[in-house]
Write a protein of this length. Structure first.
Length: 347
């Protein structure tokens, strides 16, 4: 039987019982954010079990029911509020994943999900914002233009941020896919850019065509060209497309934490840094709501649907799996006015 510590290590792909090759293979098949979240959820579950007289592995269905019930009432340290329904869903998934990773049959979660349904109902009836999933605001073209207007595009940082916003929008890339791009991955041709993106959700490369824009200020091809030329002027002709730049215009300045070097030595931006750029430019433009790196992807889907493009073409351009529920949700938001079923019913 695997003990609690080694089980947490299995979830985080760090088990000493696994070879280095096996750990690397597990890591390649699991998103970093998912791995970190599941590991944290499992750690919290095992701590709760220790405090409440339950065994985390194997966990009984009753223990999972008790835990989910507790999560609906226990304030989280960071927010002072109980867990949201989506966070509880993830915690339950983490418990099942941890059992599977340890070759132990996962406990039934039927009772826990009944409690979760009741919790959603209570929140909805109380009109609690936690009852609704939090969604990033879509960076549709009007918002994107406002964000771009806040940038000084004569500077290297301004050129980088403009290219990042426009290419992220035009390729509908996830932030992790966007920061993985190298200069060699975005060749320019007479038609535009053919960006070679690795779409993590569908585990496949996508050669995404990005044509020239009709407006110079919002053309992703010209924005990427301007960034490429500016990088070449300071000797950067290969490596990451999007790099960290300090306020003095230095590329990939060294960063330290407690005297230890941190960050990608090549200066490649992190997904978190991209999200911060989107959030910062949206705030500078005076845009309200929640703005994240996903705003670019959602904005593309919304605008493409409004422009009349086919659902399948939109999905395949942006690396969504065919029939993606996430994409359908974005398009439903777009269609609720443009294709409203009340229209034409005689009212």
């Amino acid at each position: 039987m695997t003990d609690d510590n080694s089980l947490a290590a299995v979830v985080s792909n760090e088990s000493p019982a696994l070879s280095g090759a096996a750990r690397e293979a597990l890591a390649a098949g699991t998103a970093d954010s998912t791995r970190r979240a599941y590991s944290a959820d499992w750690t919290e579950f095992t701590a709760w079990c220790a405090s409440n007289g339950h065994t985390p592995l194997p966990a009984t269905p009753e223990a999972v029911v008790e835990y989910v019930a507790a999560l609906t009432t226990i304030p989280r340290p960071r927010t002072g509020r109980p867990y949201s329904p989506s966070s509880i869903e993830r915690a339950v998934a983490a418990i099942r994943t941890a059992h599977s990773a340890a070759n132990v049959p996962p406990p039934s979660t039927k009772g826990a999900r009944i409690i979760l349904r009741g919790y959603r109902d209570r929140l909805a009836l109380a009109k609690d914002p936690a009852a609704k999933p939090r969604r990033a605001q879509p960076a549709v073209p009007t918002a994107l233009r406002a964000m771009l207007a806040t940038l000084d595009r004569d500077t290297l940082i301004g050129k980088r941020d403009a290219a990042l916003l426009l290419l992220g929008y035009a390729t509908a890339a996830r932030v992790s896919e966007l920061v993985a791009l190298d200069l060699a991955d975005v060749p320019e041709s007479e038609h535009g850019i053919e960006a070679s993106l690795y779409r993590k959700k569908i585990k496949a490369f996508s050669d995404t065509a990005v044509p020239y824009g009709s407006n110079l200020a919002t053309c992703p091809v010209r924005a990427v060209r301007a960034l490429r030329e500016a990088l070449a002027e300071v000797g950067r002709t290969e490596g990451p497309l999007f790099v960290r730049i300090d306020r003095h215009g230095r590329i990939a300045p060294p960063m330290y934490r407690r005297g230890v070097p941190i960050g990608d030595p090549s200066g490649r931006l992190t997904a978190q840094a991209v999200a911060q750029i989107v959030e910062r430019t949206a705030a500078a433009a005076g845009l309200e709501g929640q703005w994240t790196g996903h705003s670019l992807r959602r904005g593309f889907a919304t605008a493409a649907r409004k422009a009349g493009h086919d659902l399948v073409r939109i999905g395949r351009h942006g690396g969504w799996a065919d029939g993606s529920k996430a994409l359908l949700g974005y398009l439903e938001d777009s269609d609720r006015w443009e294709d409203n079923p009340v229209a034409g019913t005689g009212l």
